[in-house]
Design a protein around this ligand. Sequence first.
Ligand SMILES: Cc1cc2nc3c(=O)[nH]c(=O)nc-3n(C[C@H](O)[C@H](O)[C@H](O)COP(=O)(O)O)c2cc1C
Length: 136
Amino acid sequence: MASPLAPSLQHLMYFSSARPGLGSLDIRAILGGAQVRNRRLDVTGLLLFTGRHFVQVLEGRAADLDGLVKAIQLDTRHDGLQVLVRQSIRQRLYGQWAMAFVESLDDADALDRLFINTNPDPTPLAGILERAARRV
Ligand SMILES: Cc1cc2nc3c(=O)[nH]c(=O)nc-3n(C[C@H](O)[C@H](O)[C@H](O)COP(=O)(O)O)c2cc1C
């Protein structure tokens, strides 16, 4: 029987440490590939780069996020990837971008403090991401 429900959408947020020396060409390469693949998968989101860390939001179907996060985790351009939030959503919060990008050096210190913690509280990150989304 066909399900009347749309496939469930999820919101996922992770952070990671950028490989030292990662430059703007690397970032451009990451975004170019990400936007093509995300569009194909109907995944949307935002990538925040502080110069030292990444915080990324990915929104899409659960199965697609599984595959994508596995691929992203293996990427040697960053490490220490830690998923902080993964939850079902009815509507996308970051639906207008295949992958928006914001470089936010101002938030680097605040994020460094969070990342020292082995079990960081994602609440301040949500605020940082909301501010970043207004700057896209
Ligand atoms: C910080 C960061 C964020 C990334 N975000 C995405 C993304 O949103 N979508 C995507 O397809 N690839 C993203 N990538 C690239 C993937 O890690 C990977 O290179 C790409 O999906 C190709 O994977 P494959 O070699 O398994 O096909 C990201 C990489 C990094 C380092």
